[in-house]
Write a protein that binds this ligand. Structure first.
Ligand SMILES: [Cu+2]
Length: 280
């Protein structure tokens, strides 16, 4: 079978599976031939997508209107069609209209824009908190509400990644329950990074010595991929972010496993205390 037909068959299979199993379990990552944003997994991202679509329509309408005017002027008022130009210099009505209409358009854009900013910036009552720390070049996560365990999440190379997508695969993931409001405290330990998750509509700078706050409420279970979005050094492109959104029961059992598996903060605190005793 030619590769084109293989592609077609694969595409068809993908389409059928999408129709049969629509967006319930989502794997948010860039797709070949993707146009626009990744599928939204949070209310904020749905609003961002809607706002983008609205602006696209508005921009297209304005551009077509201006293009139409220019074409009209070029044909109607060129020197052959209009050999004796009018010497009018002012028209109060036209001047009021071309000032007021753009102001109205800006107000129409500003209202949903500010509403969106407000939703992103004002944190609702959070169900849980996770601290994400950017390092050169990987992410570390801490769960202060669940016993304070923490772990690092490193990119997997092509030999290790299995089914996971290239350059986005990680060994461990931030795991969160579906439909929970998660507050993410974002910081960095060395240089500036940025914790970005396109499907959640979240992008927050991670700055050393400073705690930034953001939040999301994932409404669909699945695996979501993002990347560090602040140029942070030679391996900036290789510190992906993976978030697993799971059912609350699965989250609870993951927490039990994670508490056993990952070093507890308490343990590391004791180690630090031991180390400082050694210095004396
Ligand atoms: Cu980074």
């Amino acid at each position: 079978m030619s590769s084109f037909r293989q592609c077609l068959a694969l595409y068809g299979l993908g389409l059928i599976s999408f129709v049969l199993f629509p967006g319930d379990v989502l794997a948010a990552q860039p797709k070949p031939w993707q146009l626009g944003f990744q599928d939204a997994a949070t209310g904020n991202m749905s609003q961002i997508t809607e706002f983008n679509d609205f602006l696209l329509i508005l921009m297209t309408a304005i551009t077509l209107f201006v293009l139409g005017l220019m074409i009209y002027v070029a044909f109607r008022f060129n020197s052959r069609a209009n050999p004796n130009p009018s010497s009018t210099t002012h028209n109060t009505l036209v001047e009021v209209v071309w000032t007021v209409v753009p102001i109205l358009i800006l107000v129409i854009i500003a209202i949903p824009s500010f509403r969106l900013l407000y939703h992103q910036r004002v944190l609702p009552e959070a169900d849980m908190t996770i601290k994400a720390t950017g390092y050169q070049w990987y992410w570390g996560y801490e769960y202060p509400d669940h016993g304070g365990f923490g772990f690092d999440s490193l990119m997997l190379n092509d030999d290790e990644r299995g089914e996971q997508p290239r350059l986005l695969a990680t060994d461990t993931a931030m795991v969160v329950p579906v439909n929970a409001t998660v507050r993410v405290i974002v910081t960095a330990a060395d240089v500036m990074h940025s914790w970005a998750m396109p499907a959640f509509g979240v992008k927050m700078d991670a700055i050393p010595g400073r705690l930034n706050e953001t939040w999301f409420k994932a409404e669909k279970t699945g695996t979501y991929y993002g990347q560090c979005s602040e140029l942070c050094g030679i391996r900036h492109a290789f510190m992906p972010i993976r978030v697993e959104v799971v059912e609350p029961e699965a989250f609870a059992s993951w927490v039990v496993e994670a508490q056993a598996e990952y070093a507890q903060l308490e343990t590391s605190k004791n180690m630090l205390a031991d180390a400082s005793n050694l210095d004396k």
